[in-house]
Design a protein around this ligand. Structure first.
Ligand code: ATP
Ligand code: FE2
Length: 321
């Protein structure tokens, strides 16, 4: 049966409403992100932002998709993981919509949504996932006998890669988020050695941050050289652990999801690694890579039989779904 449904994202900065159909087509994907001059994030202000923009974003999404409430089968929403006040704001908003319009709620996991939108967009069957965002750096596979049940087979031992880039960006005064600016500076840099820390299928990034901070403050290496070397070192570490994960699991497709996937050099290195081992590399288009509602809608479609109104789950891990 042909179905239309909406997804509402509100785990962090972004409030978004996506409209999708059961063929996996995105009919609308409208969002608005909270921002502040210093890049800081005051949780209560984020919640207030979401409440202020919600009706406008919904109306815009309906207009773009050319639908009305009567066409909507159910409302998916991001139940977690995320910031408590932002999640509760989103939950209050969707609860009100669901009761006024008489629609079913389907609470979903934000991280699983990043994975499933990448999978459907690329029409993949059984990829190895590399999920690299601000908070998360994980290598994930789906369990062979149960689709939608994920296993984390490698991850950061300390901070997420995006987090490391953003922290170094703060040291350099680049503003938040800093990943894209670091990528620009890196184009004019040359290599200096930074700690390369890989353990089995896990990696650690805090040593790179500490060393780069020291070299910068002592005036030993330039901003450009440090940005370049930080990228080369951390991307090579992840390419190494992912290659090991793929060899181990026999996966022939790699799918990169999360905001750091916007980095051209990172994609290039992963692409080369895959080509060398006879595997194929995939990523998601920019508008589906960061946080947005379409991915929540699709994850809700996949989970509509097993999840419903589950309130919020701020610390919900991918492998607990
Ligand atoms: P999560 O999905 O874990 O809740 P999130 O919402 O914090 O994460 P994303 O929007 O997926 O994260 O990713 C944000 C991160 O992507 C930031 O750390 C940012 O610096 C990084 N990033 C964005 N563009 C680039 C780029 N061109 N190169 C490297 N990193 C980038
Ligand atoms: Fe995200």
């Amino acid at each position: 049966m042909h179905m239309i449904f909406i997804g509402v994202e509100s785990t962090a900065h972004t409030f978004g409403v996506g409209v999708m159909n059961s063929q996996g087509e995105v009919l609308a994907n409208v969002k608005d992100s909270y921002s502040s001059a210093d890049g800081g994030m005051i949780p209560d202000k984020v919640a207030k932002h979401h409440e202020e923009v919600a009706e406008r974003i919904l109306a815009e999404a309906f207009r773009v998709a050319g639908i009305a409430w009567k066409d909507v089968n159910f409302i998916a929403y991001s139940a977690g993981p995320g910031l408590d006040p932002a999640l509760w704001a989103g939950y209050r908003i969707v609860s009100a919509w669901a009761s006024t319009e008489g629609k079913k709620l389907v609470g979903v996991n934000h991280c699983c949504a990043h994975l499933s939108i990448g999978k459907v967009w690329n029409k993949l069957d059984d990829p190895c996932y590399l999920y690299v965002s601000g908070v998360n750096t994980q290598i994930i596979v789906e369990e062979r006998l149960s689709e939608g049940k994920y296993q984390i087979i490698g991850e950061t031992l300390d901070i997420g890669l995006g987090n490391m880039l953003d922290k170094f960006g703060r040291i350099l005064g680049l503003g938040f988020p800093a990943g894209a600016k670091i990528e620009e500076l890196a184009k004019r840099g040359k290599y200096v050695e930074l700690p390369y820390t890989v353990k089995g299928m896990d990696a650690s990034f805090s040593g790179i941050l500490t060393k780069a901070d020291q070299l910068f403050k002592r005036g030993i290496a330039s901003r450009e050289d440090l940005c370049f070397s930080m990228q080369e070192t951390s991307f090579a570490m992840l390419a190494e652990v992912v290659e090991r994960a793929m060899a181990h699991t026999g996966k022939k497709e790699l799918l990169l999801v999360g905001g750091v996937g916007a980095n051209t050099r990172f994609c290039e290195m992963l692409d080369i690694m895959c080509a060398q081992r006879g595997a194929r590399f995939f990523k998601v288009p920019m508008d589906l890579a960061g946080d947005q509602g379409a991915m929540i809608a699709w994850e809700g479609y996949l989970r509509r039989g097993s999840y419903g109104n589950i309130s919020v789950k701020p610390h919900w891990r991918t492998d607990e779904v």
